[in-house]
Design a protein around this ligand. Structure first.
Ligand code: SF4
Ligand code: SF4
Length: 501
C-alpha cells in the first residue's frame, strides 16, 4: 500500500478545564472523531475523521470544543494552492473521481451582491406593509393570451392549470433517499402550512406522503424511479428534470447503502441496489421528444397539472428555454451553478454551468423578445440565500424561486459538505435510523415555516419601500435594480443600469 500523504483538514481543540467527560461528543459523532479513554478518564479526538459538522460543538454542555482549520501550512503559492495539492494527494492514492456535496464553493462573482434595490423617496411614496395590504401570492402555470368574460362577467377563457403559492418560494427537489424521511416530512408539512410546494426530487413519493399532494411537485427524472400513474396524479404539478445546477450534463447516483426497505419500495428498486440515473433521458433527443413527454404527462393527468421542465443554467440556456416553451411546458425551472446536491463529481460541480443571475436575465430577455414570456412561468434555483435574493430574482424576471440549501440549513445543516457519506450528524442526508431520529419533524417543520415567514415579512418591506404593493408588479421590472462593481457586458446581460445612473 502506498504512503498516505493526506493530513487532517480540521483540528478538534478541547478545553480540558471545561470538559466534564460526559461523552456527549463521542455519542453524537457518527464519524467516530471523539473516543473516551476509560483508563485516563479523558475524551480524545482523531482529527483526520472530522468533517466540521459542528454537532459536537453545538451539543457540548460546557462549550469545551472548538474546531479550527488544521494548521498545516504549505509554502505560499497562488497557483499550487493547499486545496490543489491535497486533491492530488487524494487522487494519486485512490485513483478515483473526487466527490463533493452541496454547491460550488469557488470564488466566482455572486451577482445578487452586485445588484442593489431601489426605494421610493418623495414621489411615488413608499407603502407601509404593516398598515396596508401587500400581495405576495403568485400563480405558476401557462397563461392564456387574453382573458374573455361573458356578458355577466363570468370568465369563459379556458385557463390552463395553475398552482397557487402564498409566497414566491418553494422547496427544491430533494429525493427521499438522498435526504431522510424526517427531513422529507418536515419539508412536506412546512410547505402545506405555508401554502407553497416542496419537490419529491427523483426518488418517487412514499405513500405516507400522498396526503401532502396538494403541496407537492412530483419529479420525473431520467431514472424514472417511483414514477407511475398514481404518483403523477398525486402531486399538484409535475417537473421533468433534464439537468441540475450542481452537475449539469451528468446523471445521479444514490449508493445502495442508502436504499433501505422504505426507499426501495418508494423508488421501485431492490433493497441495497445503487440507484443510477443516466445523464440523458433515453427518450429525449430533441425538443419534439421533450414535447412528447410533456404531453404524455399531461394526458395521464387529464390536463389538470402544470408540467415544469427543469434545466441547469448553461451557456445557451436562453435558446433552450425558448424551445421548452414551444414544447408546451407550463413552467421552466433553471438551476444555477451554485445549486446544492447530495453528491457530485467535484470537477463538474466547480467548473460546469453559469451563474443563475445571468441565465435568468438572458432567458427572461429572450422570451420577451420572442413574445412568449407570458406563456410560461419562470422559476429559478441555485443558492438563494435570503429574501433580498428573492426580490432581486423577481425584478430580474423570475415568477418564483426554489430554495434547497437554505431549507436544509434551517433544518440544522452546517454545510460540512459530506452528505455523500450518508453519515449526516444532523439527521438530514442520511438513512441510518439512529441519525434520522435526531431530526424531529414535529419541531423542525416549524423552523422552515419560520424561515419562509420571516422572508415573507422582509419581502413585503422591500416591496413597500419601492412603492409596490404586489410581487406580480415587480416581476421583470429591472428599473428597480442598479449594478455595482459590474462591467459593461455584465450590465448588458443583466439588463440593468449602473448605480448613480
Ligand atoms: S461533549 Fe463537551 S464536555 Fe462532554 S466530553 Fe465532549 S468535549 Fe467534554
Ligand atoms: S446535510 Fe448533513 S452531511 Fe450534508 S452538508 Fe449538511 S450537515 Fe453536512
Amino acid at each position: 500500500m502506498s504512503l498516505d500523504f493526506n493530513s487532517p483538514v480540521f483540528e478538534v481543540i478541547r478545553d480540558e478545564k471545561k470538559c466534564i467527560q460526559c461523552q456527549v461528543c463521542a455519542r453524537q459523532c457518527s464519524n467516530k472523531v471523539h473516543l473516551y479513554d476509560e483508563e485516563d478518564n479523558v475524551v480524545r479526538a482523531d482529527d483526520i475523521k472530522c468533517v466540521n459538522c459542528h454537532r459536537c460543538v453545538v451539543l457540548c454542555p460546557t462549550k469545551a470544543l472548538v474546531i479550527k482549520k488544521y494548521p498545516l501550512e504549505f509554502k505560499e503559492n497562488v497557483n499550487w494552492t493547499d486545496a490543489a495539492l491535497k486533491e492530488i494527494y487524494k487522487q494519486s492514492q485512490t485513483g478515483g473521481v473526487l466527490l463533493s456535496s452541496m454547491g460550488n464553493p469557488k470564488s466566482f462573482p455572486i451577482y445578487w451582491d452586485r445588484m442593489l434595490l431601489n426605494a421610493s423617496q418623495v414621489t411615488n411614496p413608499s407603502i407601509d406593509p404593516l398598515r396596508e395590504p401587500m400581495e405576495t401570492k403568485v400563480m405558476i402555470g401557462r397563461k392564456p393570451e387574453k382573458l374573455e368574460f361573458d356578458a355577466k362577467g363570468k370568465l369563459v377563457t379556458n385557463v390552463p392549470p395553475q398552482i397557487e403559492l402564498s409566497i414566491p418560494i418553494m422547496f427544491s427537489a430533494m429525493s427521499y433517499g438522498s435526504i431522510s424521511r424526517n427531513a422529507h416530512e418536515s419539508l412536506a408539512r412546512a410547505a402545506t402550512e405555508l401554502g407553497i410546494c416542496y419537490n419529491t426530487g427523483e426518488g418517487g413519493l412514499n405513500r405516507d406522503f400522498y396526503k401532502y399532494g396538494k403541496n407537492t411537485i412530483v419529479q420525473v427524472a431520467s431514472g424514472r424511479f417511483g414514477v407511475h400513474k398514481e404518483y403523477l396524479n398525486a402531486g399538484a404539478a409535475i417537473e421533468i428534470k433534464i439537468g441540475q445546477g450542481a452537475k449539469p450534463g451528468i446523471g445521479g447516483h444514490l449508493p445502495g447503502k442508502k436504499v433501505g426497505e422504505d426507499v426501495s419500495a418508494t423508488r421501485m428498486i431492490p433493497v441495497g441496489s445503487d440507484a443510477i440515473s443516466p445523464a440523458p433521458h433515453h427518450d429525449i433527443y430533441s425538443i419534439e421528444d421533450l414535447r412528447q413527454l410533456i404531453f404524455s404527462l399531461k394526458e395521464v393527468t387529464a390536463y389538470k397539472k402544470p408540467v415544469f421542465v427543469k434545466i441547469a443554467a448553461v451557456h445557451n440556456s436562453a435558446a433552450i428555454a425558448s424551445g421548452i416553451v414551444r414544447a408546451g411546458a407550463d413552467a421552466i425551472v433553471v438551476d444555477g451553478f451554485r445549486g446544492g446536491t447530495g453528491a457530485a463529481p467535484t470537477r463538474v460541480r466547480d467548473n460546469v454551468g453559469i451563474p443563475i443571475e445571468l441565465a435568468l436575465a438572458a432567458i427572461d430577455q429572450r422570451l420577451r423578445e420572442e413574445e412568449i414570456r407570458n406563456e410560461v412561468s419562470l422559476i429559478i434555483a441555485g443558492s438563494i440565500r435570503n429574501s433580498a435574493d428573492v426580490v432581486k430574482a423577481v425584478a430580474l424576471g423570475a415568477d418564483a424561486v426554489y430554495i434547497g440549501s437554505a431549507a436544509v440549513i434551517a433544518l440544522g445543516c452546517h454545510l460540512c459538505r459530506s452528505c455523500s457519506t450518508g453519515k449526516c450528524n444532523w439527521g438530514i442526508a442520511t438513512q441510518e435510523p439512529e441519525l434520522v431520529k435526531r431530526l424531529n419533524p414535529d419541531i423542525m417543520y416549524k423552523r422552515l415555516v419560520n424561515l419562509a415567514s420571516a422572508w415573507n415579512h422582509e419581502i413585503q418591506e422591500l416591496l413597500g419601500g419601492m412603492g409596490i404593493n404586489a410581487i406580480d408588479s415587480l416581476r421583470g421590472n429591472r428599473l428597480m435594480l442598479r449594478g455595482i462593481d459590474l462591467n459593461e457586458k455584465e450590465l448588458e446581460i443583466l439588463g440593468i443600469k449602473y448605480a448613480g445612473e
